[in-house]
Design a protein around this ligand. Structure first.
Ligand SMILES: [Zn+2]
Ligand SMILES: [Zn+2]
Length: 757
């Protein structure tokens, strides 16, 4: 017998072999109809999967039926729809071979290798075939085969990628599971919908190239992207959102509005701020800086690089090595030996980690000869060692300790010792170690604390090229960073005022919809540093702070940094998309590593606590998000060009220039369009450039000393004296008013509706 623990807290005894479908039926017919899958002890299972005692090692089995309302159910639907799409493709493209077809955040894809390449023009007939399959509503039936038999089955079906996958990764399992739907059979772990009829609506979206197993040395396949929902209404809402998001794409708007550019010659993922983008960033930085000064922060500046020793002390190197630019050594031999040292120090790796490390080695073009061909982990460590011997010889490095070393550990240590004597630098991955040394530059008493050091500090990450995305995923970025050094008693007040600051700034930008995530320790893990008492009090403090502020929060176990709990901000933009912004983190670890101190009331040395915070994460990412949030139409106080003077004809150029000069003397960012173009064309252009105010001048205005004002949001505001316009603009800038034009997009709450004054 098994004991199921239901969500309402009740328990239910069922015999082993019971299916979730049986449980649903025993509860009620409606539920059995609505059920899509079941979540059993954390794993999502088919409704027809038999429950057995090996699912419940300690006797009790947490059990929940999933219906349309559950996010997990949507994933099941989407993956099932991937089977349906693959089935349709196999019918229409004979000889097509299937790779992987998982659900993704917004839909699903299937990687396919078809003798006749699939084109977007083929989408309608693939969709037509899929509709037939959905209408037939055949069940997804699971069956298992011993691995050798399963492999033979894939060979019979001429699915060579599946065979390869079994050889690569699945051989170690005694059996393989398959799902059959009509004539279509797919090697798959599941789970799936009970039958295809549950798919309410789907749509094929686009095709992209994708390497088999995402490995650029392997064959390129076609990745068919699609999405699916339980209802047509949900699909329509999603497609509208995608359309709206496309219009707001910061990569497109950034180019069109000349805010930023990226040049392959400068380097991918490295943002070049164009003059207009630089204005927006400069104003934001000034705004934040002013707030920080008011709140007792002290600005500092630090360089873009630091010695490797610094990051070895902080733990950033080599801990985050795969995500960093390679270190810079003066001596060429050191760079190569450093890579070998890194590989040796890691020792034997599991499959996933090995894959990550190889990807990294490839990205920096350093793989020891014969490394890829080496089969076992021991062999890989051995070829690395052999390579070290060659390098030592060729580079004429005399290292007797290395030759004496007996295993990979001793070898790694011997190399490290030598490397530590070499002058080496790293592009700054984080600002903390630099700020710590500013704190350390003078003695501190409890009276000086909190010390709050702030910097727009630029840091570098070696993101994979495929991961880069406009301003939101880059290789160099400037954090709105600060580090606070506080006494344990000050933690609560300082964390609290940090949250208040973040909220104030978000509010000023119209980002009023947010939630916070409190990242706690995973109670079952020992990867965290620091005492239990520190952790308990820190976690309790964070929860207390967010509760006191009435914040909408979720506490998530396992989401803490290894040195302390943290608070993440997740902000919704005006089309409801969520963006994770920066974090506020409590840290007991770095103060220990760097032996930070202050003198307490008792005249004894005490250890401060550190708070790391970068509310926006980075200026690049945040500005990218703002471009999308405002759809490029920045509010007046942030706009690169706040007003444009538009003379009706060349006869009024002189008067136009006078108006322009007058506004400039009041500090506004104004330009004039004095080209001999029709006024209509000039207005259209200014609108496309999202200029907040257009100032039309002609005969009447020149005579009366006025301007005819057209606002981007309000339209025609009539003629007014320049002094009145100045007063209006000054008020709008001072109050940082946010006004947005409502878009015609149906079903979406646009910023204008929410934020209009
Ligand atoms: Zn499947
Ligand atoms: Zn930090």
């Amino acid at each position: 017998m098994l004991t199921l623990k239901l969500p309402d807290g009740s328990s239910r005894q069922v015999p082993s072999g019971t299916r979730p479908r049986d449980v649903a039926e025993s509860i009620g017919k409606r539920l059995a109809q609505a059920a899509v899958a079941a979540k059993v002890n954390g794993t999502v299972l088919d409704l027809d999967r038999e429950l057995t005692s090996d699912l419940a090692p300690n006797g009790e089995l947490p059990f929940r039926l999933l219906t349309e309302k559950d996010k997990e159910a949507l994933d099941v639907l989407r993956h099932s729809c991937a089977h349906i799409m693959a089935r349709a493709v196999l019918r229409l493209f004979p000889g097509a071979q299937l790779a992987f077809g998982p659900a993704t955040e917004h839909g699903f894809y299937y990687d396919i290798d078809s003798p006749t390449p699939i084109k977007e023009e083929d989408f309608p007939r693939i969709e037509e075939e899929m509709r037939k399959i959905v209408k037939e509503a055949e069940p997804f039936e699971r069956f298992e085969r011993p691995t050798a038999e399963g492999r033979a089955l894939c060979e019979d079906m001429a699915q060579q990628y599946k065979v390869e996958h079994i050889d690569d990764e699945l051989k170690k399992y005694p059996t393989l599971s398959f799902y059959r739907q009509g004539e279509f059979i797919d090697l798959c772990r599941g789970p799936h919908l009970p039958h295809a009829g549950k798919v309410g609506a789907f749509k094929l979206l686009n095709i992209a190239g994708a390497y088999w197993k995402n490995d650029s040395t392997r064959k390129q396949l076609q990745r068919l992207y699609a999405t699916a929902f339980f209802s047509q209404k949900d699909l329509d809402a999603y497609l509208t959102l995608v359309e709206e998001a496309k219009k707001r794409d910061h990569r497109v708007l950034g180019k069109q509005l000349k805010l930023f550019t990226i040049s392959p010659l400068v380097g991918s993922g490295l943002i070049l701020w164009m003059p207009k983008g630089a204005i927006v960033r400069g104003i934001l930085e000034g705004f934040i800086k002013d707030e920080l000064l008011k709140r007792g922060y002290q600005p500092v500046y630090t360089p873009h690089i630091g010695r490797l020793e610094l990051y070895r002390t902080s733990g950033h190197f080599p801990y985050y090595r795969d995500a960093q630019f390679p270190p810079m050594y003066g001596r060429p031999a050191a760079g190569a030996l450093d890579m070998c040292q890194y590989r040796l120090s890691l020792g034997p790796l599991d499959e996933k980690r090995e894959h990550d490390v190889v990807t990294y080695m490839k990205s920096v073009h350093f793989t020891p000869p014969e490394y890829t061909a080496a089969k076992t982990q021991d062999e890989k460590l051995e070829v690395t060692h052999k390579y070290v011997l060659r390098l030592l010889d060729v580079m004429q490095v005399d290292l007797p300790e290395y030759h004496k070393a007996k295993d990979y550990k001793e070898r790694a240590d011997a190399l490290l010792k030598w490397l530590m004597d070499q002058e080496g630098f790293l592009l700054k991955p984080m600002n903390c170690p630099h700020h710590i040394h500013i704190y350390k530059a003078e003695p501190h008493s409890y009276r000086d604390l909190p010390v709050r050091l702030a910097e727009f500090g630029t840091v570098y990450r070696y993101e994979q090229t495929g991961e880069l995305n406009g301003m939101t995923r880059v290789r160099g970025f400037t954090q709105d960073d600060a580090h606070l050094f506080v006494t344990p008693e000050q933690v609560e007040a300082e964390m609290g005022s940090n949250l208040d600051l973040v909220l104030f700034i978000l509010d000023s930008l119209g980002l009023k919809n947010y939630r916070v995530r409190v990242g706690l320790r995973d109670p079952n893990s020992n990867k965290y540093v620091g005492s239990d008492e520190d952790w308990q009090s820190a976690e309790a403090t964070l929860i207390k702070i967010v509760k006191e502020r009435g914040m909408n929060y979720t506490a998530e176990e396992g989401e803490a940094a290894f040195y302390g709990p943290k608070i993440d901000f997740v902000v919704s933009d005006c089309i409801g998309r969520e963006w994770q912004l920066g974090t506020v983190q409590l840290d007991y670890n770095l103060p220990k590593r760097f032996q930070l101190e202050y003198t307490g009331k008792d005249n004894h040395p005490h250890r401060p606590v550190m708070i790391h915070r970068a509310p926006f994460g980075s200026m690049e990412r945040f500005c990218g998000i703002l471009i999308e949030h405002f759809a490029g139409a920045f509010p007046l106080w942030l706009g690169p060009e706040q007003a444009r003077v538009l003379p009706i004809s060349e006869r009024f150029t002189d008067y136009g220039r006078k108006v322009e000069a007058e506004l400039k003397s009041h500090g506004f960012r104004v330009a004039g369009d004095y080209r001999p173009e029709k006024i209509g064309a000039k207005i259209r252009e200014a609108q496309l450039e999202k200029i907040p105010y257009m100032l039309v001048v002609g005969e009447k205005e020149a005579a009366a000393g006025t301007v005819a004002v057209r606002g981007r949001v309000d339209g025609d505001l009539g003629a007014m004296p320049v002094s009145q316009l100045v007063a209006r603009l000054e008020k709008e800038v001072r109050e940082r008013t946010i006004r947005q034009v409502s878009t015609a997009t149906a079903g979406l709450t646009e910023g204008g509706a929410k934020y209009a004054e």
